[in-house]
Design a protein around this ligand. Structure first.
Ligand code: SDX
Length: 391
């Protein structure tokens, strides 16, 4: 017995790896990080403490947290030469394209944390990834805006630092809104890890070949970009904008139920959850808090989202298919209210998920039984045949 279920070492079950990090019960709508329920973590602690929990298996003591926070803070700057990477991108490049390229290039700067056989180098690589992702994400945003890069500050917490790198400008002081910073910290906790989702499985498969951690994280970013996965928060907000008013909701619900339409409700449904995504409940609560704090409690897109959820949850199609809102349904409205452009939503998802990717990568590398991943196929091509003799 390993905690919640019996691990089958023969891989005869559907499980294709073993992990002690995150557990999901899709039928109950339960999500645990190292055994702690996600809603309790979101309410009672902060993102860096959750990073420590995911990496090391236990919540940090006060002394451990202070030391971990100092370590991460001291890695937040990137090599100054990285700023020249950005001039190679078009200003209108999608930020995820920039993230894939720039994060992949980190391995060309930090040669002292690419030898995965060295535990110390694995540790430094983990800290560097967690520390530098917000800096690179903020640089990606500033470059798209045509504004100067803003350096990280060591006197600010993780999300306050990210907000000031995104929104500060040299010509005037920037004051972090503590409500927004706390809300973003909670959003990062919700997105930190999610068992063997597509992008985490990509990171594990890349890492199983011995590729360096920066290249593995870049592969996870590339996978997360897809609209069926991390790109759904961007797609969900665009969908709410397209619906435009509550009286057009029935038209879109009807289209989502028509298989031939090719349209799906973005932010609805999940491969594993066949109940309400527990993260979506916390996300909806955070959305209300942020909009109220910013004086946008009557945001028309929130009204459409709440009404769409109400209608869908009463519709027999969605009930039968067990389709509920997932984490992406309310995150877009919240991030937009915070001032982030829709193109940056999946970048924010990548910033938060980096700790999950790197924790799962470390767990796999440190497993003495691990071997290179090698998914098999069901061959449906032609049987063996000989090359035709010359006529
Ligand atoms: C994330 O894996 C993870 O953990 C991912 C993630 C994470 O934290 O890493 O949780 C993040 O990716 C959340 C999901 C974000 N994506 C979206 O919101 C995009 C919209 N959702 C769908 O495309 C869809 O629900 C998926 C991709 C998420 C799951 O698709 P599946 O595997 O086809 O879902 P399913 O097998 O449960 O579908 C059951 C049925 C299917 O119909 P039938 O083939 O049985 O006739 O429901 C239908 C689907 O066609 N369906 C939908 C639907 N989602 C599924 N119909 C309308 N609208 C939808 N959103």
């Amino acid at each position: 017995q390993t905690g919640c279920f019996t691990y089958d070492p023969g891989f005869t079950s559907t499980a294709n790896c073993k992990s002690a990090i995150t557990y999901i019960d899709g039928d109950k709508g339960e999500l645990l990080y190292r055994g702690y329920p996600i809603d309790q973590l979101a309410e009672n602690t902060n993102f860096l403490a959750v990073c420590y929990l995911l990496l090391y298996g236990e919540l940090p003591t006060n002394a451990e947290f202070i030391n971990f926070r100092r370590t991460i803070t001291n890695h937040t700057m990137v090599h100054e030469q990285m700023t020249r990477f950005f001039t190679g991108y078009r200003r209108d490049a999608h930020p995820m394209a920039v993230m894939v390229g720039t994060v992949g290039a980190l391995s060309s700067f930090y040669h002292d944390s690419t030898d995965i056989s060295d535990p110390e180098q694995r540790e430094v690589a983990s800290h560097r990834m967690i520390a530098k992702m917000p800096t690179i994400a903020a640089m990606t945003y500033k470059y798209a805006m045509g504004q100067p890069f803003i350096y990280p500050r060591n006197d600010l917490d993780y999300t306050s630092n990210f907000l000031q790198m995104c929104f500060a400008v040299p010509c005037e002081p920037y004051v972090v809104n503590p409500i927004i910073s706390r809300a973003l910290d909670r959003i990062f906790i919700l997105h930190a890890d999610h068992e063997q989702n597509a992008s985490t499985s990509t990171v594990r498969l890349a890492g199983s070949s011995g590729a360096n951690p920066f290249a593995c994280i870049a592969s996870g970013i590339a996978c997360l970009w897809g609209p069926a996965h991390g790109g759904a928060n961007e797609a969900a907000l665009n969908m709410l904008r397209e619906i435009g008013s509550v009286d057009r909701i029935p038209e879109f619900v009807k289209k989502a139920k028509d298989k031939n339409s090719g349209f799906r409700l973005m932010g609805f449904g999940h491969r594993v959850y066949k109940n309400y995504d527990p993260r979506a409940k916390v996300m909806q609560k955070t959305c209300h808090e942020v909009l109220d704090a910013l004086g946008h409690g009557d945001d028309p897109l929130l009204k459409i989202a709440l009404e769409l959820e109400r209608i869908a949850l009463q519709d027999e199609y969605f009930i039968e298919k067990k389709l509920y809102p997932n984490i992406d349904f309310y995150s877009g409205i919240t991030l937009r209210a915070m001032g982030f452009p829709v193109e940056l939503f999946t970048v924010l998802f990548a910033v938060a998920r980096t700790v999950g990717w790197i924790a799962q990568w470390k767990e796999m590398i440190e497993d003495p039984e691990q071997r290179i991943g090698r998914p098999r196929q069901l061959y449906i091509g032609p049987p063996r045949r000989d090359f035709p003799a010359p006529a």
